[in-house]
Design a protein around this ligand. Structure first.
Ligand code: HEC
Length: 143
């Protein structure tokens, strides 16, 4: 095999650096990068099903824009999102999807996430505080 020319190594190194930069630039953006904590948490935990702008998927997942539970009583919303305790206004059988439970998120994260949902997508509901989340944890223990 012919020995590599002196020029070969720096050129290969340069190509590797360029390739790495290209892969980094083309990789998927971090969901919600640069956004508020609530928006980031929504992007990671909820947007896959409810959509980036809360429109849902017909027959599968309800919209979070203008719907009753995200805009209603914080405790009813928390009981649903944390423990899957079904609200009276959300009858079984309308949506084919199944929603996971999010009690694993911290009080601060749930408060930030749900406050963001309640102030986004055209919603105008009062914020959810970490104290409300802590109270819901005690009131609706995991079944
Ligand atoms: C795997 C899909 C999925 C994910 C992820 C998900 N949901 Fe849901 N969500 C659903 C489905 C399906 C329903 C309707 C369930 C039913 O009626 O049985 C629902 C219903 C809801 C409702 C009631 C809406 C109404 O009509 O009033 C709220 C509020 C809600 N989800 C919030 C959230 C939040 C907040 C997150 C993220 C922390 C989240 N969901 C993540 C699938 C999902």
């Amino acid at each position: 095999m012919a020995p590599a020319t002196p020029l070969c190594r720096p050129v290969v190194r340069l190509l590797l650096v360029l390739l790495t930069a290209l892969i980094a630039a083309c990789g998927p953006a971090r969901p919600g990068a640069g956004a508020s904590p609530g928006a980031r948490l929504y992007a990671v935990n909820c947007s896959g099903c409810h959509g980036a702008v809360g429109t849902g998927v017909r027959g599968m997942q309800p919209p979070l824009a203008g719907t009753p539970v995200p805009n209603g009583e914080p405790d009813v919303l928390l009981a649903w999102v944390m423990f899957g305790r079904r609200p009276a206004v959300l009858p079984r059988g309308i949506y084919a999807g199944v929603m996971p439970q999010f009690a694993f998120l911290t009080d601060a994260d749930l408060a930030a996430l749900l406050s963001w949902v309640r102030a986004s997508f055209g919603n105008h509901a009062e914020p959810v505080t970490p104290q409300m989340v802590a109270a819901a944890r005690l009131a609706h223990p995991r079944s």
